[in-house]
Design a protein around this ligand. Structure first.
Ligand code: URA
Length: 321
């Protein structure tokens, strides 16, 4: 029988081991490409997943640039031993797609005794979330959430970017700085709210360095059970969906963001206010755009019964001529 690509790679890795080479450099993207090839080859062999079999293999990326991030990945030596790579290529994935070609999107029952324990359990599930791995279009590092789970206010963005993946915390890059400024104007700190993303993995791009992209519909759908469970656990009084991607995921709509603003929507009974993503404000600094986001936040503050001063009500109001 003809050898598959993973079979050939495994025998090449064995030949390296036989020559005493125990470690080779490989980054997350290459690892994800290899994994995808294994899954496609298995799906083709078993003829159970036309969807996955249809996905074209991505080319092996160029050697990574010499950014700190890439160096960090390459210096993660435990993951780069030949034996760990062989395991990657020969291990049985935890969950292959079901008969209907959908991966299993069910979150197992969480048996913790407290909110913290259940969130820790959910974080571990997210860490190994097979639907995201199967796609092969999301990077492997999982970025969970930050802040106070005992909160009335939950903010949901789209997905981690370069800085968030590096520091494993949502909104720590330039968009995060803008978000912090908005929170400060509201009189809230990051420690008093819970901040998460609709997708927990940085969407990948060919030859990716610091560049980011928004998650696509399938990536959002495959990750939605995680954020849905977070919302169920946190039970905030209100959610702010930061940007169209979060709104699309939570509300299942493709309506333009401008038409979703100005009223409360609901996700499983929890009020959701939709506003522009902080990175939109980095690109559009006009007072009028800042005021739009601020009006959304004033509505949220009112719903939460937060005190609002006259000065706060006037923030970012364009001057009348
Ligand atoms: N943008 C997002 O939507 N989320 C982050 O965590 C960072 C940037």
């Amino acid at each position: 029988m003809a050898s598959t690509f993973p079979d050939l790679v495994v025998s090449y890795l064995k030949s390296l081991e036989n020559r005493g080479i125990v470690q080779i450099p490989i980054d997350d993207e290459a690892r994800s490409v290899l994994r995808k090839w294994v899954i496609s080859a298995r799906a083709a062999k078993a003829s159970i997943s036309p969807t996955l079999a249809k996905l074209p293999p991505r080319p092996i990326p160029d050697p990574p640039p010499s950014s700190n991030e890439a160096n960090d990945e390459l210096s993660d030596t435990s993951r780069n031993t030949i034996s760990s790579l062989r395991a990657l290529l020969t291990e049985t994935p935890q969950e292959m797609p079901e008969e209907n070609n959908q991966p299993n999107l069910t979150i197992p029952e969480l048996a913790g005794n407290s909110l913290e324990e259940n969130l820790t359990a959910l974080r571990l599930i997210a860490e190994r979330w097979q639907p995201a791995r199967i796609l092969g279009t999301l990077r492997e590092t999982m970025v969970f959430a930050t802040g106070n789970p005992h909160t009335d206010l939950m903010l949901i963005g789209e997905a981690p970017g370069f800085q968030e993946e590096r520091l494993r915390e949502p909104f720590v890059g330039p968009a995060g700085e803008k978000l912090n400024a908005i929170l400060k104007a509201m009189g809230r700190s990051r420690d008093s709210i819970y901040i998460s993303n609709i997708v927990k993995f940085r969407p990948s791009l060919p030859h990716q360095t610091t560049n980011n992209r928004a998650p696509n519909e399938r990536e959002i759908a495959y990750c939605l059970p995680i954020i849905a469970k977070e919302i169920e656990l946190i039970r905030p009084k209100v959610i702010v969906a930061l940007g169209a991607t979060a709104a699309k995921g939570l509300l299942g709509t493709t309506s333009p963001l401008s038409t979703l603003r100005g009223r409360f929507h609901y996700f499983r009974g929890v009020p959701v206010r939709v506003t522009y993503h902080p990175s939109y404000l980095l690109r559009n600094e006009e007072l009028s755009e800042r005021r739009k986001v601020w009006e959304d936040m004033l509505a949220v503050m009112e719903l939460l019964g937060m005190p609002i001063s006259d000065k706060q009500r006037e923030y970012f109001r364009p001057k009348q001529h």
